[in-house]
Ligand binder design. Sequence first.
Ligand code: GDP
Length: 297
Amino acid sequence: MFENLSERLSGVFDRLTKQGSLSEEDVKTALREVRVALLEADVSLPVARDFVKTVQDKATGQAVTKSVTPGQQVVKIVHDALVDVLKGEAEPGALKVDNPPAPILMVGLQGGGKTTTTAKLAKRLKERDGKKVLMASLDVNRPAAMEQLAILGTQIGVDTLPIVKGENPVAIAKRAKTQAGLGGYDVYMLDTAGRLSIDEELMAQVEAVRDVANPRETLLVVDGLTGQDAVNTAQNFDDRIGITGVVLTRMDGDGRGGAALSMRAVTGKPIRFVGLGEKMDALETFEPERIAGRILG
Ligand code: GDP
């Protein structure tokens, strides 16, 4: 997921750590290379700029150049800055699902991986947290999407709300809530409709669903391969709907990872999970410490 960036940075830091002593100029040069590496990884310009400035301030403040292992010191500062830029308040992977039945609203554009992720998360909640989960598709314009969720439900052994033809999304959300209460479910997940791009009709629909469901978590599912567009989509959904976190999908296909690095800094919302493939187990929690470690090798 961060292969290219990781490779670039390890080149920079290898050179730095090999040197016995560092001048301020050495550090500056290295940080210039870090900035270029971030930009090549499709990290947004303001985020890359802020990042390098933070590291630079700390590096000079801590008199890195005078320390015994200056190169290591710089790597440590970069590591901590990476964790900072990735970290959110919510604990990664821990969804708020107390007070059953807890509604989770899944939102995003069509093709971003929303339905797949709904099922992946349901499976995780069932298997790791022992939750009884109900899934409902609200995508009334695309019967295939509703069927897709039902098929995935059967595959992972999670119930889906029976499909009733002609029902509107708000009515489905209400029925899911009732059914979740009656059936003793811990969690019910609402897989909302997606569009190819953000439009008023979609937003109004998701908003109406949000208002009846009053979700504990609203997760935006977005294709990580779309880079800065993913960040813009998250910002748009957050402005209009209010999201509690992001799931970045297709990170198995992205060696750059810029969307992941810019997401929290630009939107203020943490990435909670990443999708790493089409299989139902291909979902990982997004843990800043581990990710920073992975980036820095
Ligand atoms: P939706 O329209 O947002 O509900 O998107 P879908 O869940 O139908 O996903 C669209 C396609 O992306 C499907 O073929 C999924 O199998 C695929 N997909 C979803 N998540 C991932 C992922 O993390 N990695 C990869 N490689 N494919 C994914």
